[in-house]
Design a protein around this ligand. Structure first.
Ligand SMILES: NC(=O)c1ccc[n+]([C@@H]2O[C@H](COP(=O)([O-])OP(=O)(O)OC[C@H]3O[C@@H](n4cnc5c(N)ncnc54)[C@H](O)[C@@H]3O)[C@@H](O)[C@H]2O)c1
Length: 351
């Protein structure tokens, strides 16, 4: 196994691993550990080049620093990428080698599931390092993060309703959920129970229709869904839903969902502010999963009631973001970054 340092300004440690025996070609980026060990998922993709993989892992690890800083998980930011086609390259030996690479960070990087990585892969990683989270409950992990992410978004939506409508009551509020998968589907039933009017759409039309029939939701076609007049639009499928093509057609008062990278570009967040649409920054409102995992690595190990209490603080984090946005006249996504940077500066000043 050949591990090479790739010095990158502004990052604590970035390294590449090549292992001829298993075909492993991976990069781990630790962006910042001011607030604690760097936790972030491992993804596997057939990147066109190492440069492309490096760009992705840098961007994602920095994102984790900000996400954890706002969520107050006591963790820093990191991420890892394995370069290659999952169907061709995956093997137990490859993931065991990846575990040795993770272990070479001596606990400064803690890994978890991400794109194209499943629990079975992580179980192999765990054979060579203890710095793995998100394993099944049976293996001492915190299990599937989706229900916790859903709960966090619902809690965050309370702050959104207060800011946009002056009351956190869901009663009669129309909420459009795009993507009723693991997170969006759970959110839909939770919000309905709280009295909201739920409208759903999904690329998988049958799934949307079946859920709607079962729970009394309304269904709309996925195509053009963003132009529906609703109180809250909750993107819970893919990212980049707010872009040049959709933004002028939005008829919602607020955007708050679990999808990552909702804004195609930062300027779309500024545009939303000008349009009077309140945006709950994605990494603030969808932090339930990382908060849940942070309890797993914290003192005493996983404790669900403690995790739920921490997840519910997403409400307070969003209130803080909205206050900064109002007081400083900046968009909410910029306010979230400012909140993260302040928390990092405060921790550095104390150190
Ligand atoms: N699972 C988590 O804990 C978690 C945490 C943070 C962020 N997220 C993000 O939330 C989003 C949803 O995650 P999930 O775990 O529910 O995924 P999922 O795969 O279970 O569900 C996604 C749903 O969206 C639908 N979909 C996919 N592409 C679509 C499109 N272009 N148009 C309409 N519908 C589409 C799918 O059919 C599916 O029903 C993702 O962006 C994910 O990165 C998830």
């Amino acid at each position: 196994m050949d591990i090479t340092e790739l010095p990158v300004e502004g990052y604590e440690r970035v390294a590449r691993c090549r292992d001829e025996a298993t075909g492993l070609h991976a990069i781990i980026a630790v962006h910042d550990t001011t607030l604690g060990p760097a936790l972030g998922g491992m993804r596997m993709l057939p990147y066109a080049s190492e440069d492309e993989a490096l760009f992705d892992v840098k961007r994602l690890s920095k994102g984790m620093t900000y996400k954890s800083a706002v969520a107050q998980t006591g963790l820093g930011g990191g991420k890892s990428v394995i370069i290659g086609e999952p169907a061709e390259l995956k093997s137990p030996a490859l993931f065991q080698a990846m575990g040795r690479f993770v272990d070479s960070f001596g606990g400064k990087y803690i890994t978890a599931e991400d794109m194209n990585i499943g629990i079975a892969d992580l179980e192999e990683v765990a054979k060579s390092t203890k710095h793995v989270t998100g394993l099944s409950r049976a293996s001492g992990g915190s299990g599937n993060p989706s229900p916790y992410t859903a709960r966090g978004v619902v809690m965050g939506m309370r702050a959104v309703l207060e800011e946009a409508f002056g009351s956190d009551s869901f009663d009669g509020r129309s909420i459009l959920i795009q993507g009723v998968g693991a997170v969006g589907g759970t959110m839909a039933t939770m919000l309905k129970e709280r009295g909201a009017r739920i409208i759903v759409c999904d690329l998988n039309e049958k799934r949307a229709r079946d859920l709607a029939t079962e729970h009394g939701f309304e269904v709309v076609p996925d195509k053009g869904h963003h132009a529906l007049e609703v109180d809250v639009y909750a993107p819970c499928a893919r990212g980049a839903g707010v872009n040049d093509q959709t933004i002028g057609e939005l008829r919602c008062k607020a955007i708050a969902g679990c999808a990552n990278n909702v804004l195609l570009e930062e300027r779309h967040g500024d545009e939303l502010k000008k349009m009077g649409i309140l945006y709950a920054p994605d990494y603030v409102i969808n932090a339930g999963g990382i908060i849940n995992v942070s309890i797993e690595v914290g003192p005493g190990g996983y404790d669900e009631p403690k995790a739920l209490e921490r997840i519910d603080r997403i409400y307070d984090n969003l209130k803080e973001v909205f206050a900064i946005s109002r007081e400083e006249g900046i968009s909410t996504h910029e306010a979230a970054d400012r909140l993260a940077e302040r928390r990092l500066e405060q921790a550095r000043a104390k150190a």
